[in-house]
Design a protein around this ligand. Structure first.
Ligand code: ADP
Ligand code: MG
Length: 240
């Protein structure tokens, strides 16, 4: 599980995360909602050790992420991440893109990497695009390729940072469907999202962030049906 204890993060004088306490259990799907600048992305980066923290702790499967003795590269293999902007290698085919990390990081054989890549591309519905270059894929397909790349490392957790925000509206659904499939398969997921329908239907819990504070966390029925915080109420009134 992921345990976040009294996490404080500053960028200079800016107190970006102000004492976050949050546990995410195996198999759980947590959506994080909140306005821009509330610290959602920063939280994800703190979870996979891309950002230093100033106080508190993040523990993944018993291993403190920010401990000097922790092998962060090894730990990161447990945490797949998908960003808003798709970022695959343009000179590699879809298959080669997905096979790359298993080959280089996990040091599996070329054939094994290829079969992992094929499996994960089929998993995200790109089984017919193995030999296609990213430039020939739609935005939605490119995001699914990014998901396949993350899955190829066989992570325990998937972190999504607004995976659909940069997409044309008609391409959002196919990426959400892929995320929904992973959730149904039991993947543990933290999804920063503006897709309230997804947050409501797919999440076990929804967390609302406001100015570096997790103001509210609970089952979707509670957050959407009876939000406690006035900020949550205002936010939801505006996004609906
Ligand atoms: P969100 O993802 O909720 O939109 P972020 O986590 O990206 O919010 O940002 C939270 C706050 O931290 C914002 O005020 C942002 O400007 C600031 N911030 C984010 N990254 C950096 C950085 N590398 N250096 C300085 N300030 C940053
Ligand atoms: Mg963000």
């Amino acid at each position: 599980m992921i345990e976040i204890k009294q996490l404080h993060k500053y960028f200079g004088a800016l107190h970006v995360l102000q004492g976050i306490d949050l546990n995410v259990s195996k198999g759980e799907v947590l959506s994080i909602i909140g306005s821009s600048g509330s610290g959602k992305s920063t939280l994800l980066y703190c979870i996979n050790g891309l950002e230093e923290i100033q106080q508190g702790q993040v523990v993944v499967d018993g291993t403190p992420v920010h401990d000097r003795k922790t092998d962060i590269n090894k730990l990161r293999q447990r945490l797949g991440m998908v960003f808003q902007q798709w970022n695959s290698f343009p000179h590699l085919t879809a298959l080669e893109n997905v096979a790359l990390a298993p080959k280089i990081v996990k040091k599996v054989s070329r054939d094994q990497a290829k079969s992992i890549a094929e499996k994960q591309l089929k998993h995200v519905g790109l089984g017919d695009k193995l030999d296609v270059y990213p430039s020939a894929l739609s935005g939605g397909q490119q995001q699914r390729l990014a998901i396949a790349r993350a899955l190829a490392m066989e992570p325990e957790y998937m972190l999504f940072d607004e995976a659909t925000s940069a997409l044309d509206p008609e391409l959002v659904g196919e990426v959400l469907d892929t995320m929904r499939l992973l959730a149904e398969e039991g993947m543990t997921m933290i999804c920063v999202t503006h897709e309230m329908g997804f947050a409501r239907d797919v999440s076990d819990r929804v967390a609302y962030f406001h100015q570096g504070v997790m103001e509210e966390v609970g089952p979707p029925e509670q957050i959407f049906g009876a939000p406690q915080s006035v900020h949550t109420q205002k936010f939801l009134a505006n996004v609906r």
